[in-house]
Design a protein around this ligand. Structure first.
Ligand code: NAP
Length: 257
């Protein structure tokens, strides 16, 4: 099997990376950074996000496996303390594939397209941001505040959770829209609650100006100067996780707090 490793930039993660690399090569696996079949991520959920974006162009051919060098995460199935078990499983066990769909974000009618596993956010920390939100082309509401967060099921435990959004059970594909510090008064009202919607919805955000706002997607970001319209929908692109053992969503969730 061809594999590569993406590791967090700290000494311990690097040490684990070297151990995994040596062992798999000694078992006849081929280290191939360019065209791996399995990408092993050593670090945390953040490292896995980073790896997904490194291999976006190969998502149909690549599977991911996470080893956490801290506590257990949502995208990681083993801790570094379980490295021997992990290597044993990789070398001897059959894996199951677990897929997670990405969000697709189109700026100004596809002029630029970005993808996110956790969420996309439009954030403005410089001044309050006005934007009109449309759902399937129908006007929904005007948001006025620091921005909005549109999260996937996978991202429901990340930024979305800090906004008071609901944690969504594994296996449900949907999008969740939450406002970031909305301004609410007699002249300006928006839903205020997180809105969980079907996966086939299309969300459009329009504003006279997004200047000084940022599009944040997973760990990445870009300035939205000169952008007037942002369209989001679930993409057909999926991240495929190789699951070598059962590790329940509930166990992952209980580990979070
Ligand atoms: P990061 O340092 O890579 O991640 C920030 C924290 O979010 C880390 O503790 C990370 O876990 C955790 N995380 C990432 N994805 C998660 C998920 N699906 N479920 C539960 N926890 C998750 O930060 P970054 O590079 O700025 O952004 C990466 C992601 O972090 C973003 O997509 C965003 O969702 C999240 N984030 C959250 C907040 C917040 O809640 N206020 C603020 C900034 C970013 P590990 O320690 O395992 O890597």
């Amino acid at each position: 099997m061809r594999f590569s490793i993406v590791a967090k930039k700290d000494d311990y993660s690097h040490e684990v990376e070297e151990k995994v690399k040596r062992r798999l090569i000694s078992e006849g696996w081929q280290y191939d950074k360019k065209y791996p079949e399995l990408v092993i991520c050593v670090g945390g959920d953040g490292t896995l996000l980073y790896a997904v974006h490194q291999y976006l162009h190969l998502l149909d051919d690549v599977m991911f496996l996470g080893i956490h060098t801290g506590t257990l995460g949502f995208f990681t199935d083993y801790t570094a303390d379980e490295l021997d078990i992990c290597l044993h499983d990789i070398l001897t066990q059959q894996f199951k594939i677990f897929s997670s769909r990405l969000l697709e974000i189109q700026l100004d009618q596809g002029k630029e397209v970005k993808y996110a596993l956790n969420e996309m956010r439009v954030e403005n920390i410089v001044k309050s941001q006005h934007m009109d939100i449309y759902v399937d082309g129908e006007f929904f509401e005007t948001c006025h505040g620091s921005g909005i967060c549109l999260s996937t099921q996978a991202g429901s435990t990340a930024y979305n959770r800090s906004l008071g959004g609901a944690v969504i059970d594994s296996g449900i594909s949907l999008m969740q829209l939450a406002e970031i510090t909305p301004i609410q008064h007699s002249k300006q009202r928006s839903l205020g609650n997180p809105y969980i919607m079907m996966e086939n919805r299309i969300i459009t955000m329009k504003s006279d100006t997004f200047d000084t706002a940022y599009l944040c997607y997973d760990h990445l970001s870009m300035a939205l100067d000169n952008t007037s319209e942002i369209l989001c929908k679930m993409s057909n692109k999926c991240v495929r996780f190789a699951r070598y053992r059962d590790y329940s969503y509930l166990a992952r969730l209980k580990n979070l707090y």
